[in-house]
Design a protein around this ligand. Structure first.
Ligand SMILES: CC(C)(COP(=O)(O)OP(=O)(O)OC[C@H]1O[C@@H](n2cnc3c(N)ncnc32)[C@H](O)[C@@H]1OP(=O)(O)O)[C@@H](O)C(=O)NCCC(=O)NCCS
Length: 184
């Protein structure tokens, strides 16, 4: 079981089957805000969809292909973050995240993204972490910027969101850069 304490308020733990009810509750009540930027809300309609997500997450984790964590803030599960994909051949991990609306604006995800970056580049021996965000998603883009990631470019029409395409901005952090960063 993966558990990582970030500070006295925030920790990460691998999602588990018993989290399904809480994760679905958060998804449902933050649905309209999350739907603006995340592509899976219309495919998460019942708790069974969340159970399927957890089952896939655990299967991929066992294969070393991803790490999807529950974010625990002051003892409560408040969102999901982790590596949507870990590509061992490229030594690269791709971070994804979302937070319940009631817990945004407290600096939670900046702390979580810093911890995930450090875990990938310091503990797991990977060479690079990437974060991609839609060009208009300023709150998400602020996170890699705050952590000193380099903006590497824009993938034109990089993501389909229900009824329209959006450009995606790619941010990258190399192991060598993180090692000399004062943000870790
Ligand atoms: C993007 C998202 C994850 C950001 O989560 P968050 O925890 O609010 O983000 P941060 O950690 O960057 O918090 C920054 C805010 O907290 C405030 N804050 C408070 N304490 C802080 C601290 N110790 N460190 C940093 N920021 C702090 C900042 O002032 C900032 O406020 P502002 O947004 O009014 O400028 C969240 O908005 C979200 O879930 N959005 C919808 C889903 C989504 O877009 N996912 C990403 C897809 S690529």
């Amino acid at each position: 079981m993966f558990v990582h304490n970030i500070d006295e308020e925030v920790s990460l733990k691998l999602v588990e089957r018993s989290d399904a009810e809480r994760i679905f509750e958060l998804t449902d009540r933050s649905r309209s805000g999350l739907r603006e930027w995340l592509p899976w809300l219309d495919f998460t309609i019942t708790i069974d969809d969340t159970k399927n997500f957890i089952a896939h997450a655990l299967g991929d984790f066992a294969l070393g292909k991803s790490l999807n964590c529950a974010i625990v803030y002051k003892g409560k599960l408040v969102g999901i973050a982790g590596f949507n994909e870990i590509n061992q051949a490229k030594k690269t991990a791709y971070i994804g995240y979302w937070l319940d609306e009631n817990y945004q604006g407290k600096g939670i995800m900046t702390r979580v993204a810093a911890a995930l970056t450090d875990y990938a580049l310091t503990e797991q021996g990977l060479n690079k972490v990437e974060i991609r965000a839609a060009i208009g998603n300023e709150k998400s883009r602020a996170i890699p910027k705050r952590l000193g990631y380099i903006e590497e470019g824009t993938i034109r029409q990089g993501e389909w969101l229900y009824d329209h395409l959006v450009d995606s901005v790619v941010y990258g952090m190399l192991q060598s850069e993180w090692a000399s960063s004062d943000r870790k």
